[in-house]
Write a new protein. Sequence first.
Length: 341
Amino acid sequence: MRITVLAGGVGGSRFVGGLREEVRRRAEAGGEPASIDVVVNTGDDLWLAGVRLMPDFDSLLYALAGVNDTERGWGRAGETERVAAELREWGVGWPWFTLGDLDLGTHLARTAWLREGLTPTEVGERLQRRWELGVRLRPATDTEVDTHVEVADPDELDGVRSLHFQEWWTRYRAALPALAFRQRNIEHARPAPGVVEALLGADAVLLAPSNPVVSIGTILAIPGIRETLAETHAPVVGVSPIIGGRVVRGMADACLTAIGVDTDAAAVARHYGSRARGGILDGWLVDETDAPAAASLAEAGFATRAVPLWMRDLDASARLAGDALDLAADLATGLAAGAAD
């Protein structure tokens, strides 16, 4: 079985970790072995202090390698910050955006390889050789499409100021109301090598419960991705990042508000759209607290199931991944029966 996941950030890391565990357990129980490809958001990437950062890719890399800082939720475990302190003394970088020493080692290696002429995909392959991840991580694109956020600023001539997403997210904690999100150079981007093939060759495509606007949304904005999702024969199943009208983690509600989407599981599903009606989803998992929305979502073309969504530990994450796979399998059976008719 071939599984392809679209993911970004901590929610994506937890879901993919649970998926890897669920696949392992099913194989040990005599089930079909599976491969997992993860298409990772690159819109959060940036140049800082002369090095290239890929926060979502590294979050997935560290989490799957088991070297992530589970208490802070980002970066490496056992981290020190001597270099960051020295950079602050020199006035280099952002004083409110701390790079740990171990994390900085990753960024230096990445930057060195990029300057040697490697692509982000090739760099990602090198980084993954260090640990046995059990999945393959793929940057969504090799083109730099860093996300910027437009906010109101009366001191600017046009009344608008543009911030890199990381400044808006980390420094201001998304407290400045966003007017728009712009992925620079997105119109010239193309899916990274292997991404289209991973989507077309999949038996199941899963959308992790990542930020619908700046994580999954950025992946979908890359020319060719939506078209490929429309073409793939695999069922496309998404997991809601909203439980009971609240974001699971982070400040995705601020992003949703900026694009006029309610912080609501059903609203996010409709934002993605049903594939039967020109969108991208065949199935949608909501939390049990949002079960009342299932009927209206079914009428809108989404095969919807209400299951526990909280990924509090590995077992819960694995169960959620299993629910997504089960829904995809049931949808695949239905699609096959429809094709036979």
